[in-house]
Design a protein around this ligand. Structure first.
Ligand SMILES: Nc1ncnc2c1ncn2[C@@H]1O[C@H](COP(=O)(O)OP(=O)(O)O)[C@@H](O)[C@H]1O
Ligand SMILES: [Mg+2]
Length: 399
């Protein structure tokens, strides 16, 4: 007589390293096979001895010829005359003769596919796992569940690890940029300072007027480089979390007037009018003074840069019961719908005659967005190509 010996419960699936492939040999339960000519009554006995046994492979001469499930055997035996009919008949009469057979190297994802598309009954009956064509063990839906959990846990660990590595790399990059920018600023300040002196002929007049022009060019280029480096430094400081914000009640009129004063010269040179539309008495929202000033300067500098001579820029300040909105509106070249989604990405600049003529790094708007986020303020950019742009910062009113 051939008996399958009682087998232990399906082993817990251990946690795997990230390289693990989650294949069927991880869940194969080594159930002793039964031969097709064995009598039904013996199968009943085997199932009775091991309550955890849900199915047995039926193997003839090394080949898997069927799967005998507890459910089907007990169902048939519990029928009227079932015992009389099946007790002496061979188990081949009780088995399912076309069970799902999968190779031990089948991955969990492939198995799920096959079960859903070819053999949904395998979820209830179980399936047979083979290795190089030879029987290896039985797979069950519990095994699939356990392996699925282990795979999900392993993927979650992998993702967490990848996220940590990415954050680490990002922090290293920000540190590098901050250090580099700092190292570049020191010599640049010398270039700017001395070129200014030479242009101003502080130590005596030049014999050749071109020298004065060149000194002015050097000074202009130096200042531009300094602006770019400052943008990069700001961005990396914000990203590295070193741009510390201090939220306090801020005096909006003085910030707006101060920012407009700073850009007035540039606007005048371009023939662009900058107007302010705001009430005298304004509430003081909670914000960081430096951040609001920087945001306004970046928005104003864009508005001036992308406006044509003779057009107007207005800074509106609107108060609602809960918010204070500062809006910089221009009548410049505008931004198309497709580009509008991307202009706040670092280093993105719209390709047009203006950007080619004007200087910039493409970091102004990303800095605005990051600073607004850190103050929990809102930022909206509306624009229409050829019509103009409205950039709005929404600050919450204190209290
Ligand atoms: N007011 C505006 N009008 C038209 N285009 C704008 C305006 N503000 C921003 N842009 C577009 O968005 C791009 C990104 O802006 P920004 O991040 O400030 O970078 P930069 O000013 O250095 O080019 C600009 O190059 C420009 O194409
Ligand atoms: Mg800009």
């Amino acid at each position: 007589m051939t008996y399958a010996t009682p087998t232990s419960l399906i082993p817990e699936v251990p946690s795997f390293s990230s390289k693990h492939r989650f294949e069927m040999h991880d869940i194969a339960r080594c159930v002793r096979p039964i031969e097709p000519h064995i009598a039904g009554v013996e199968a009943i006995e085997i199932f009775n001895r091991d309550p955890t046994l849900t199915a047995m492979p039926v193997i003839d001469d090394g080949d898997v010829v069927g799967l005998l499930t507890r459910q089907k055997v007990f169902l048939n035996f519990s029928r009227q005359f079932g015992h009389a009919v099946f007790a002496r008949r061979p188990v081949s009469r009780l088995m399912s003769s076309s069970p799902l057979i999968v190779d031990a190297c089948t991955t969990l994802d492939e198995l799920r596919h096959r079960v859903i598309n070819e053999a949904p009954t395998a979820l209830e009956d179980g399936f047979v796992i083979t290795k190089n064509g030879r029987y290896l063990g039985i797979g069950t839906s519990l095994g699939i569940l356990r392996l699925g959990m282990a795979q999900t846990e392993s993927r979650a660990r992998e993702l967490a690890e990848a996220k940590r590595a990415a954050e680490h790399a990002n922090a290293a990059k920000s540190r590098f940029l901050a250090n580099m920018s700092h190292e570049l600023r020191t010599p640049l300040n010398a270039i700017i300072g001395f070129s200014e002196m030479i242009a101003a002929e502080t130590l005596g007049p030049h014999n050749t007027p071109r020298y004065k022009e060149y000194a002015e060019d050097i000074n202009g280029s130096g200042r531009l480089l300094l602006d770019i480096i400052n943008d990069i430094l700001d961005m990396s400081k914000i990203e590295a979390g070193h741009f510390k914000l201090e939220l306090d009640a801020v005096d909006i009129p003085s910030i707006v007037q101060g920012a407009v004063r700073l850009v007035r010269d540039r606007a005048d040179k371009k023939g662009v009018i900058v107007a302010i539309d705001m009430d005298k008495d304004l509430p003081n929202p909670r914000a960081d003074v430096r951040a609001v000033r920087q945001i306004l300067l970046n928005l104003l500098s864009n508005a001036i840069k992308f406006s044509r001579t003779g057009t107007e820029i207005t800074v509106h300040v609107d108060v609602t019961p809960e918010t204070l909105k500062i809006c910089v509106a221009d009548q410049g070249v505008g931004i198309s719908e497709g580009d509008l989604k991307r202009v706040c990405d670092p280093f993105f600049q719209v390709e047009n005659e203006m950007t080619r003529k004007e200087q910039g790094t493409g970091l102004g708007l990303p800095i605005v967005v990051s600073l607004a986020e850190r103050m929990k303020a809102g930022f909206d950019l509306e624009s229409e190509a050829g019509v103009g742009t409205r950039a709005t910062l929404t600050l919450r009113r204190a209290g």
